[in-house]
Design a protein around this ligand. Structure first.
Ligand code: AQP
Length: 344
């Protein structure tokens, strides 16, 4: 006789994702995550968070943090997240994130966190000088997701390992507290042509907010001139574009630019190469810059409009925090009971 498998999570599907208000958002954030945020609203109940608790792991300026948080929220709205349909809020406004993270700290094992490549990349040779928060970042991320029993998490490829850790934490909590199926094992939603956008200067490094050179990324707020100049100076090689996707192998920078064109125009790479194969970068780069400028200019304009009215933005964020708390509070009450905390 075999043991029956533990019951699976039976709650409703729900999407959670977040972005850090460290620097302004870039094209990688847009194609890897934000574009998916918008598309998923039609099928799921979605919570989109500005993760300011995560941002302080890198110690940003307290005078700027609230403004940067508003700016990321404005980017969500400008890209098409609908605040009536989806919940948009700031992480620190819902205190249960920190509370659940502490409980998960007592579930996660040191060895699990020591394997996280993002910490190794960010810390480099100076791990001992990094904040404990940066090391613990993926545990807080697990708390963010599971506080709402989210089942699906749209993220870029770089977050895959963190999502696996969230699943391990959920599984271990369910086992340790004899609560089979209590937390779902969240699924990453990574697929898509924009899952990994690389630096414009180095095709093996991801496009990143924290890269010291602004020339490595397209910011969502860049104007047409900035986009033209960054694409013109993007690293390529002297060969023309290949006729098929196969021909992109070993040409990481070219593959990245063609991938960006495909993702922005919602076409396949082969389709883009049918148009540009055999042509030089003197033709392709201006076409890419025009496409980016056309698509991003409406987002930038809407962000400027929203940032000019912080009162209206704050009202949306207050409402989002209330709705998020209403989901989180009963889940957290159950967690406290399972853990065995005293209750008056
Ligand atoms: N280059 C990228 N390509 C595709 N997706 C990406 N994301 C980030 N960079 C790329 C996705 O954007 C979301 C935002 O994540 P975050 O704000 O937590 O920042 P991050 O993942 O640490 O990456 P950033 O934006 O480059 O910031 P820094 O430089 O601070 O590390 C996530 O879904 C991420 O996958």
């Amino acid at each position: 006789m075999t043991d029956a498998p533990p019951p699976a999570y039976a709650g409703p599907p729900r999407v959670f994702s977040g972005m850090q208000p460290t620097n302004g958002l870039h094209l990688g954030n847009y194609l890897g995550a934000l574009q998916k945020f918008v598309a998923l609203q039609a099928r799921y109940e979605c919570l989109y968070c500005v993760v300011d608790l995560h941002a302080i792991t890198a110690g940003p300026d307290p005078k700027e943090l609230a403004a940067k948080s508003r700016e990321v929220a404005a980017a969500y709205l400008a890209a098409g997240v609908d605040p009536k349909r989806s919940i948009i809020f700031i992480q620190s406004a819902v205190r249960e994130h920190a509370e659940l993270a502490w409980i998960f700290n007592c579930i996660a094992r040191m060895g699990w966190l020591e394997r996280m490549t993002q910490f190794k990349d960010k810390a480099g040779k100076h791990a001992e000088r990094m904040s404990v928060g940066l090391f613990d970042y993926p545990v807080l991320q697990a708390a963010d997701i599971l506080l709402y029993k989210a089942t699906h998490v749209p993220v870029g490829e770089d977050q895959k390992q963190h999502l696996e850790l969230s699943r391990d934490i959920a599984q271990k909590f369910n086992n340790d507290y004899e609560a089979p199926g209590f937390f779902p094992l969240p699924e990453p939603l990574i697929q898509g042509p924009g899952a990994r956008i690389m630096s414009l200067r180095e095709g093996t490094k991801k496009m990143s907010k924290s890269d010291p050179s602004d020339m490595t990324r397209i910011n969502l707020t860049d104007d047409a001139d900035a986009i033209q100049s960054k694409i013109k100076k993007a690293t390529t090689d002297p060969l023309p574009l290949p006729e098929t996707a196969e021909g992109l192998k070993g040409r990481a920078e070219v593959e990245n630019l063609v991938g960006i064109y495909a993702a922005m125009s919602e076409r396949s790479v082969d389709d883009v190469l049918r148009e540009f194969g055999g042509k030089g970068f003197g033709v392709f780069k201006p076409a890419l810059a025009d496409l980016l400028a056309a698509k991003l200019s409406s987002i930038a304009a809407e962000m400027r409009r929203l940032n000019a009215d912080p009162g209206a933005l704050d009202a949306i964020l207050r409402n989002g925090a209330e709705r998020a708390r209403a989901i989180a509070a009963p889940i957290m009450a159950e967690v406290r009971e399972k853990v065995g905390f005293w209750r008056a």
